[in-house]
Design a protein around this ligand. Structure first.
Ligand code: NI
Length: 453
């Protein structure tokens, strides 16, 4: 034991089997006139995992002993309780968290708590990072952090605890959340710890996130080995791309030139006509994933989109998360929207962008039975989160690649403000702006696409 506890009245180790049959708890207790400390270490069959967790626990414990030495008075008494919790364990992976709670009889400022959590690969003993899970592009991780911050904000509002967006950004980011915990094959868990240091709330904030809005970023072996990932096939280059009559020659220009598809969701809106003016000026075509309820309000804009050779996709009637609906409700969302589009421009869309990009195998089956494919994206401008034209333009341009699909939303003025910059910079890099069908050809119902090969 540590020399700082040499004056212990009582100290010792003992072992207890946990509910997980291959994990034993090793307790290290110290009880004396200065302090009560209970530290619980998980002992798994994987030495490297034990080492990583013990190292963190030991750091906490050493800091505690140091603080006790510094703050010791004849009357004060200190308390430490470090425990762990297993969230998930199967043949290959283990998710667990450690929770540390501190208190002092005389010194309230000493009180507090900390939480750290990991998912380990049992075969290597290594921590599975968010980058391992969500791929190396920052898009997936940023999407995750935005979801975590939103969920945390909602939870704190529910508890009547004020928090600013800046505080959320500071406390939930790549440095503070390096890993994740698995709850089950469809849900991730983020035990983010004490809601607010010094607040009267003693509850921890635990955020559960469905994986359905992250599917696009989970297309890798690590994610597939842990979670119920819906596979997205990358389509082969179509033999005969469905090119418009203005195409520059046999085979179409996407075979010889760099092509990219700009897509705009959630409209039509009061900002769409200005966007259409900008696109017309640049002779650029785009694809609009419209909401049925907005077509009802802005039928003339949908007609203009069609007349000016843009393509129309279905984005549901009123933007529900399809993974929370049953088959009949998804069909109704799709068919009502198809019907009003058909009625307005005499064309039925052949593809859907599921709201929030959320889907699972049930959603795909419903899309398929409605005769639709699903179109995701390769470049996420996150224009809904950052209402800033230069940020949106930079993300679109730096993420661009030939065959790519860029997602934006024509319901924000700042997005429309960003489009001239995107068009100018990508055109200077020899990109041609085409519709989704021009880019990937005829799509197959039930298939999911996020770019052309
Ligand atoms: Ni949307």
């Amino acid at each position: 034991m540590d020399s700082a506890t040499a004056s212990s009245d009582q100290e010792g180790y003992y072992f207890v089997s946990s509910q997980y049959n291959d994990i034993t708890s090793r307790f290290s207790n110290t009880s004396n006139t200065q302090m009560d400390s209970i530290v619980e270490y998980p002992e798994t069959p994987y030495p490297k995992i034990n080492e990583t967790v013990a190292k963190t626990i030991d750091t906490y414990h050493t800091d505690f002993l140091e603080a006790v030495n510094q703050n010791a008075t004849s009357t004060n008494h200190f308390m430490e309780n470090i425990s762990y919790q297993v969230y998930f364990s199967n043949d290959t992976h283990l998710s667990l968290a450690i929770h540390a709670i501190y208190a002092s009889r005389d010194d309230e400022a000493f009180s507090g708590s900390s939480t750290e959590f990991w998912t380990f690969d049992k075969r290597t003993g290594e921590v599975v990072s968010l980058a391992d899970l969500l791929g190396n592009s920052t898009d997936g991780r940023e999407r995750l952090f935005i979801s975590l911050r939103d969920a945390t904000k909602r939870e704190l509002e529910r508890r009547k605890i004020a928090v600013t967006d800046e505080e959320l950004k500071d406390s939930i980011n790549a440095e503070t959340v390096p890993s994740f915990a698995i709850l089950n094959k469809k849900e991730l868990l983020f035990p983010l710890g004490r809601a607010n240091e010094g607040s009267s709330s003693s509850d921890d904030v635990e955020i559960k996130l469905q994986i359905d809005t992250l599917q696009l970023f989970l297309q890798n072996d690590t994610a597939r080995s842990i979670l119920d990932v819906v596979p997205i096939q990358q389509p082969a280059q179509p033999e005969q791309p469905a090119l418009p009559s203005t195409s520059t020659g046999p085979g179409g220009y996407c075979n010889t030139q760099k092509c990219i598809a700009l897509t705009f969701d959630d409209g039509p809106s009061i900002h769409t006509n200005r966007l259409l003016d900008i696109l017309k000026n640049a002779k650029a075509r785009a694809t609009f994933f419209v909401l049925g309820q907005n077509v009802e309000k802005h039928a003339a804009i949908l007609k203009r989109e069609n007349v000016e050779k843009h393509e129309i996709g279905n984005h549901s009637w009123d933007h529900p998360q399809f993974t929370k609906l049953n088959h009949a409700a998804i069909l109704s969302q799709l068919q009502r929207t198809d019907a009003i589009i058909q009625e307005t421009i005499s064309k039925r869309p052949s593809f859907v962008r599921p709201p929030y990009g959320a889907f699972d195998s049930n959603v795909i089956a419903s899309l398929s039975s409605a005769g639709h494919s699903s179109i995701l994206w390769s470049v996420d401008t996150r224009d809904w989160a950052d209402r800033n034209a230069s940020i949106i333009c930079n993300r679109a341009v730096t993420g661009a690649s030939s065959g790519g699909i860029i997602i934006m939303h024509d319901v924000h003025a700042t997005t429309v403000d960003a489009v001239p910059c995107i068009l100018k910079r990508l055109a200077a890099d020899n990109y041609v702006f085409v519709t989704v069908s021009e880019l990937i050809g005829t799509t197959k119902p039930g298939q999911t696409y996020y770019r052309a090969r």
